[in-house]
Design a protein around this ligand. Structure first.
Ligand code: UT7
Length: 318
């Protein structure tokens, strides 16, 4: 069967780390509150010269090295982001230019925190249909640039970063087994940015009704994980690793509990990276591959939920 196999993974973080204690010097918050309510201890924040595209390029280079292939072998780049360097052109074309790929398909996908799942699903379809042979699928964000640094309810939750996967079409048992995507635009007002090119003409700041998002997240994520396992013909006991979107440690625990998945199988990086939106799933995936937890042949399920609302999941054999 023609499948999209994962040849390599990579990630990148900005240089500057910002701890909870450091944030508490400028915002009315405490390390205790942030750790207890979210599990976050620290995050990375992009400095001058660091952008969504620059982080994406670093992550892509590492994924190509890990895969052992040249950038010029890539014929498809799908980059998930809600914080592109510019309104246009796409950040994907910046990655293409910097990596020195003379011609390929390159575009951005925008589904906020679910962006990587959307990007993976689109790339998988294009690889399986024969439109492309080798793809870079990237999630990259600089949410620090759209945060209201005076709003303690949101600014403590997010960080910057990027993660990338190299996928290749091959006749194989390994690779992406199933993907499931959803959106429900009736909830646009629970998590949004209050600006944009066609409305205010400004970039805007992130606004969130956290408690309501939390409530929807646990239900939607448990449901979509069940759906994707059904589609892949797997049950919870077949899963070696869950790589979830890293928004809140309590959401990860509640979702795993709902599905009867032991917490030891859940990859958690929210403590170190905070919520990096579309970057969080590939960043966590890379972390668990490089520290030796995720091994070749393991069944891995990925899931995410974010603004829109959008949510989705994927099952793959690494
Ligand atoms: O990536 C997209 C998906 N996003 C998510 O999944 C986020 C989902 N939501 C959450 O993770 C949680 O709802 C939050 C972490 C955002 C908030 O946790 P919570 O337990 O739902 O707290 P809350 O919003 O109900 O606020 C509880 C209290 C409030 O004070 P009062 O009204 O009870 O006096 C807040 O003002 O905590 C206060 N609070 C803070 N206190 C100290 C809110 N933010 C802070 C803060 N430091 N940073």
């Amino acid at each position: 069967m023609r499948r999209s196999a994962v040849l390599g993974v990579g990630s990148a973080l900005p240089k500057r780390e910002v701890t909870n204690e450091e944030l508490a010097e400028t915002v009315d918050t405490t390390d205790e509150w942030i750790v207890e309510r979210t599990g976050i201890r620290t995050r990375y924040v992009a400095g001058e010269g660091e952008t969504t595209a620059s982080l994406a390029i670093e992550a892509a280079r590492r994924a190509l090295d890990h895969a052992g292939i040249a950038a010029t072998d890539i014929d498809l780049i799908v980059l998930a982001t809600a914080t592109p360097d510019q309104t246009f052109p796409s950040s994907a074309t910046k990655v293409q230019a910097t990596l020195g790929i003379p011609d390929c398909i390159a575009f951005d996908v925008h589904a906020v925190c679910t962006g990587f799942l959307y990007a993976l699903s689109v790339a998988d379809s294009m690889l399986r249909s024969g439109t492309a042979q080798k793809a870079l699928v990237i999630g990259a964000e600089t949410f620090s640039r759209i945060l209201d640094w005076e709003d303690r309810a949101t600014c403590v939750l997010f960080g910057d970063g990027a993660g990338a996967l190299v996928l290749a079409a091959e006749e194989s048992e390994r690779g992406v087994l199933a993907t499931k995507l959803h959106a429900d635009g009736r909830h646009n007002d629970l998590l949004f940015v209050d600006g944009g090119p066609s409305t205010t003409g400004t970039v805007g700041k992130l606004r969130m009704k956290g408690r309501e998002v939390f409530r929807h997240a646990v239900v939607n994520l448990a449901d979509v994980l069940t759906e994707v396992l059904d589609e892949a013909g797997l049950n919870a006991a077949d899963v070696d690793w869950v790589v979830p979107h890293q928004a809140n440690a309590r959401i990860l625990d509640a979702t795993a509990r709902k599905l009867g998945l032991p917490s030891e199988k859940v990859v958690v990086t929210v403590d170190r990276h905070a919520n990096t939106s579309a970057a969080s799933v590939p960043l966590a995936f890379d972390t668990a591959v490089k520290d030796g937890r995720i091994k070749r042949g393991d069944v891995v399920v990925l899931e995410a939920m974010g603004g829109g609302f959008t949510w989705g999941a994927a099952a793959l054999r690494y």
